[in-house]
Write a protein that binds this ligand. Sequence first.
Ligand SMILES: Nc1ncnc2c1ncn2[C@@H]1O[C@H](COP(=O)(O)OP(=O)(O)OP(=O)(O)O)[C@@H](O)[C@H]1O
Length: 607
Amino acid sequence: MARRSGLRGKQPVSSRPKLDLLFLQRFGRIQAILYPSWLSQSVLMYATLLAVALLEQLVVYQVGIIPSHFYEVLGNKDLTSFRNLTLIAITLIVLNSVLKSFDQFISSLMYVHWRQSLTTYLHRNYFQRKVYYVLNVLREDLDNPDQRISQDVERFCQALSTVASKCIISPFTLGYYTYQCFHSTGWMGPVSIFIYFVIGSTVNKILIGPIVATLVEQEKLEGDFRFKHMQIRVGAESAAFYRAGSVEQVRTGKRLQELLRTQRLLMQRELWLHLGVNTFDYLGSILSYVVIAVPIFSGVYDGLHPAELIALVSKNAFVSIYLISCFSQLIDLSTSVSDLAGYTHRIGELQEACLEISKSQGKEGLCVSEDLWEFEDSLDLGEGQSSGKAWILERVSFTSPSSDQLLVQNLTLQITEGNSLLITGNTGTGKTSLLRILNGLWEAAEGSVRRLTCFGPHGILFIPQKPFFTDGTLREQVIYPLKEIYPASDSADERIIRFLELTGLMSLLKRTGGLDKQMEWNWFDALSPGEMQRLSFARLYYHQPKYAVLDEATSALTEQVEGELYRACKQLGMTVVSVGHRSSLEKYHDSLLKLSGAGAWELSQLR
Ligand SMILES: Nc1ncnc2c1ncn2[C@@H]1O[C@H](COP(=O)(O)OP(=O)(O)OP(=O)(O)O)[C@@H](O)[C@H]1O
């Protein structure tokens, strides 16, 4: 059988992340998100930062040449000029510290703005249609998407803000101090400093190479370690029933050891880079004296008075030392650049995967409402709603992901209004998988699946096997996944309370202290499995869809309660498609689809 959808299974593993053309492309794409237009907030902030940094440089230059004026004034024993100069110096220093603080403040604001833009962009793509499902369940090549969005983006923006605030002024300072250096030392000064920088950058580029790949690996392991802790957090009670503390300690410890091993390797590799950076820093300080010494020993300044010579040496020293420090600062950025490259690759991979998945999903077969689940859109009834059909399946075959285990072969089926269907079969025969196919989470390997009714109120609602609850109030659990009550009316509260009563959850209403009390608890820990299933039914009644697809939705309840819940579904006019093992379910359905494994199935009428 042909392999299905390209979304599934292991994708080709991307090449080892490096400081290469791919990095530049990914970095460029991220910049396009951060700076969407010439008049965007980021550009305006960047322009303000540039203005402040330029002003700061002007003041720094004035502060830098003040010692040379002091030498001159002190050499001439000129008290009035000394007083004036001291006043000017204090003013300049205050101005300098104000500008520096603003520089840091604007950089921090930019960091927050970048983080907001990038995270919002990734969220938009991640939560689009079922991208988050494919990334977390079906794709094995992209590790920890959650960590990429939460932690990697944060660190990327931190590193970018460090690099940006240092680089923003570089072209101006380099230009200006090169000119000044040339003016005081001749061509020898700037040329030797440039050669020093080219050598420094080349050496550092070589040393950064292995760091980028190790940093990417470290972030992956960091995500795995956090995921392990999240697993324990979510399943704390089940683990405690097993007294699984010691085994989980060993397993969590193993992940920690792996992470620390990679961190040590990263540090070893960074040691060479730090060695390079520090060597070039200190070589730079000696180079500055060599640059000043050349014109002095070659007799350029022989005719000067000693006080003038000292003032000139002091000024020249400042100019060449500053030029070298500008270059050194760029070399110092090597560590930030290696971080930036690592995070760029991780965010870039996520961005590419999201776009690839949403492109492959396209708009095919989507109802207007599917993306948004907005109630206005849901009122747009499709062709199926008027024809009374929800699905038409023709010769559909499907397998489980990343295996060729055939689950169902050549299934032809119509799900129509008023004709409830029960799906049964042994464990692992593909019952839930058939619902995934109906939902569009999986694609069929062969045949056609046509959905003719939209998701949402008046359409189709799935109640999955594992109940899902969001954070927040009881009302938000009931109306989920709608964001607001629907239809908006004064009687909305009454409706919700009526459905809570119908599902036997009035005690829960009492416990929460009302529909709108913000609950701090985790709903999965606070409710029993039976309560979770009852709450799922309250949600179903609230939405009152035409078709309710229930995956073992009453497995934790008694047959009596099951009967009450199914009868209420019928009274509310729903056609149900259920997956279940109990024979007691048969009386609430009109037909039965029995899956027998290895592709076999049998469809029969129950009444
Ligand atoms: N995301 C997945 N990746 C790989 N295999 C999967 C995935 N989800 C399900 N499977 C496999 O597909 C097969 C069918 O799974 P499915 O959930 O449809 O079983 P089921 O008939 O609903 O079983 P049960 O009665 O236990 O709920 C199983 O062998 C399962 O292990």
